[in-house]
Design a protein around this ligand. Structure first.
Ligand code: PEP
Ligand code: MG
Length: 540
């Protein structure tokens, strides 16, 4: 009888094959006593060195398969081997408990991994699997186990509790057609690698994905997150039909690649990508983005214990700018607070964080933090086509103060003889009803507008964007929001500046015609939506 299991699809696509559980070689991690602790520490250090060499080789060999940035993860694994937070507890355990290195790595590594797994922050949580991955590699070297880690037969849907990044990156595509796991996170490297390699993947089945399903015929739909065990012929026929349709649609969309985005009447609209990291810029290029309409820079501030330095930021902005070449990259300045919290900001607890200390309000209150970011952006500006965008502007005074801090930053850089482009455009996000209503005034001082419909909808309809239970009240096509969009666009054009949309509504195909009619100049969406949007615009 067919069994249907629902998980979380993290990499789309349809695949059929036998379900096979990943068999990892068991490792010798017995608690063995040692007399000579110094010798044991030397063994650990030698194993670290071998692991570092392996990781260097792995990073180099994986560039073609998973891309340069993804392969960098193995560089990070190598750096972990030099990190005292990882190494000190291992050495300490060998010395104080006089135990063998294998046991010390396993015990201390598991403790550290558990600490990460228990964290609230999703980004930090997924680091647990990296620690496990590194520890396993060191233990394998210490115990003399060969690296052959994945045991499976032909054309299988590979199942496991969870996959380590090493396992996913080293999968043999000729034998593995899909991945399914009991645990996992959508933002894990396993999910990212699977998407990059085009392997359908579903995570989070929990105990339902039981060992006794091993060997059964199965099929998966990575888009819906459904795993069919012993699928009925009608289900297989439907999946085949869907796969065929997806293939046809993909081929049709490929025809749009490299073409300008033009409406039926010949008006050009710029189609850009929203990104949150250097990595995403690669996806933006692969998606055929004409620029970056929104670089959510706050992701540089999340998942860390302290503020990112000017150099760390400069490095990221520079990489994105270089990658995008002549294409414009709009860097949105810090939008932290509300749903995006970083403990080191020590923001006071608020009754209504979405209406509280967030985004530009923090930057104007903490000019030191803001100017560090502005310095990094201006320094990076010489490496490409950058623009600055301020979030959550609600009054002309806020824009004036933010621009004045940008001016101060330019003056300081000039005084220090540091090269920068002085005339990069400075625009604002229109994401409060206030800014839309006074967009005629703001347009006098901004070089462009980009409408943040996620927040504009939240603040206009008074509906918390985080609260799923309000979904039935949230009409994303509400006329109030559409009127504010039109008003903003009209005012932008009267003042001779362009107006785009970078909130999720920009990718809503049911509204594309409306946006074209309103006169929107640019849409910035997730990279994977660009080609489809271009084809829809062509028919408007
Ligand atoms: C928006 O509010 O629409 C937007 C693009 O910004 P964010 O989603 O990052 O708040
Ligand atoms: Mg917003």
């Amino acid at each position: 009888m067919m069994i249907i299991l629902q998980g979380k699809g993290v990499s789309s696509g349809i695949a059929r094959g036998r379900l096979s559980f990943l068999t990892r070689k068991s490792l010798s991690v017995e608690k063995r006593s040692v007399d000579d602790v110094e010798k044991e520490v030397d063994r650990f250090n030698a194993a670290k060195l071998s692991a570092a060499n392996q990781l260097d080789a792995l990073a180099a060999s994986m560039v073609d398969k998973i891309g340069e940035e993804n392969a960098m993860l193995f560089e990070i694994h190598r750096m972990m081997l030099e990190d005292s937070d990882y190494c000190d507890p291992i050495v300490e355990l060998i010395k104080t408990e006089k135990v063998c290195a294998e046991y010390a790595v396993n015990t201390a590594g598991s403790r550290l991994a558990q600490e990460f797994a228990d964290m609230d922050n999703e980004y930090m949580k997924v680091r647990a699997i990296d620690i496990y991955d590194v520890s396993r590699r060191v233990i394998e070297i210490l115990s003399g186990e060969a690296q052959g880690r994945v045991g499976h037969d032909n054309a299988v849907i590979l199942a496991a509790d969870d996959f380590t990044p090493s396992e996913t990156a080293q999968l043999d595509r000729s034998t593995v057609c899909a991945l399914v796991s009991r645990q996992g996170a959508a933002n894990s490297h396993t999910a990212i690698f699977a998407r990059t390699m085009g392997i359908p993947a579903i995570i989070g089945f929990g105990a339902f994905l039981s060992d006794d399903l091993s060997g059964k015929e199965a099929a998966i739909d990575g888009e819906t997150g459904v795993l069919y065990i012993d699928p009925e012929p009608t289900v297989l026929a439907d999946l085949d039909e869907k796969a065929e349709q997806e293939r046809r649609e993909k081929d049709a969309l490929e025809q749009m690649r490299g073409k300008p985005t033009r409406t039926k009447s010949g008006r050009e609209i710029k189609l850009c990508a929203n990104i949150g990291s250097v990595n995403d810029a690669t996806a933006a290029l692969a998606g055929d983005a004409e620029g970056i309409g929104l670089f959510r820079s706050e992701f540089l501030y999340l998942g860390r214990n302290d503020y990112p330095s000017e150099d760390v930021q400069y490095d990221s902005y520079r990489k994105v700018l270089e990658k995008m070449g002549h294409r414009q990259v709009i860097i949105r300045t810090l939008d932290i607070g509300a749903d995006k919290q970083a403990a080191y900001f020590e923001l006071p607890k608020e009754e209504n964080p979405a209406l509280g200390m967030r985004a530009i309000r923090i930057c104007l209150t903490r000019p030191d933090v803001f100017k560090t970011q502005l310095r990094a952006i201006y320094r990076a500006s010489v490496h490409g086509n950058a623009a600055i965008m301020f979030p959550m502007i609600a009054s002309p005074d806020e824009l004036a103060r933010a621009k004045s801090l940008a001016k101060e930053t330019r003056e300081e850089l000039a005084a220090e003889n540091i090269p920068f482009k002085a005339d990069i455009p400075i625009g604002i996000m229109v994401e409060t009803p206030a800014s839309a209503l006074i967009s005629d005034v703001l347009a006098q001082e901004a070089d462009f507008f980009s409408i943040g419909t996620n927040d504009l909808t939240q603040y206009t309809l008074a509906i918390d964007r985080q609260n799923d239970s309000l979904a039935t009240f949230c009409n994303t096509h509400h006329d109030a929001v559409l009127r504010l969009i039109k008003m903003t666009c009209d005012n932008a054009h009267k003042a001779g500046i362009w107006c785009g949309i970078c909130g999720s509504l920009g990718a809503d195909l049911a509204l594309t015609k409306t946006f074209v009619e309103i006169g929107i100049d640019e849409l910035s969406v997730e990279p994977s939506r660009i080609l489809k949007l271009r084809s829809v615009i062509a028919a408007c």
